[in-house]
Design a binder for this molecule. Sequence first.
Ligand SMILES: [Zn+2]
Length: 350
Amino acid sequence: MAGQILHRIALNTLYFSGAAALARPFWAGLGAILMLHRVRPAQPDGGFAPNAHLSVEPQFLDRLLGALARRGSEFVSMDEALRRISGESRSRRRFIAITLDDGYRDNLEHAVPLFRKYEAPYTIYACPGFVEGRAELWWEDLEHMIRRRDSFVLPSPRGNIRFDVPDPAAKRRVYRELLRFLTTTVGEDEQRRIVHDICWQRGFDPAAWCRQEIMGWGEIAGLAGDPLCTIGAHTIHHFALARLEPERARFELEESARIIELETGRRPRHFAFPYGYPAAAGPRDFALAREAGFASAVTTRHGVVYAAHRDHLHALPRISVNGRFQAVRHVSTMLSGVTTRLLGRRIHVS
Ligand SMILES: [Zn+2]
């Protein structure tokens, strides 16, 4: 799950005005790390799809990879991306490192065949808590509950709070409000307890949903044997590390590496911060990721990669392949570097 959303109109303007083409030689940097989550056919949503940005269709990914290959981009692993950033390895072509967060089973079914078709290395950041039933896809659970009900109750120490969500507009508003509440007002443990309570009172089993949607260790270990695949780490519980005490944040980093090594036989060298926006992962967490022994850590801060990132390998930006803007020209515009510059920050150290 990730943050930055660029407005479709702004992306179109930049593309059709020619600004993206003009920017490319100057601002596109060494390359980019693409960020994906789900890859699956379009889902019926009834006008309420708060997580649609996290899901792209296989046909779009196919078109995108084809266009990037034709344009001369070079698909590389995260290991090779780091060699490019540090200057150890050089190429006149810009690199594209493909990353997918959370370890969804749809990656295996719909994305991996495309990566093989284009011989494109990819990194899947797995979260052991999802695999083992110790954490849940709470943002999807919340979406399910709000979609299937006209009203629901939020238990609180001061009594139950009732939410009426009879139509898509009300559902979108309540989802937005609850998301803010759950990611700012209450802590990470309380967030999970509240979503769990809402689910269980309505007979939705979040653990069963997670088991269905997230790959098991057998599938992950199988992928780890694919020469194109890198398995990275993504914490144990998918907590926003910046909202945890330092020792707990350190545990999430180190323990996720330990368990993935145990299950796949390889220690992960790369890490992705859950949520990855500034309030979820900050400078302390970048330092913790380095101390935990990871060679790199990616955020969801928007941007292409420049040589200056060699000093910030644990706060790497990515380009989100956003399910709301499934057009090759939108991704091309972002890869030109123009949006990186317009958003004002090339390096994210804070
Ligand atoms: Zn995630």
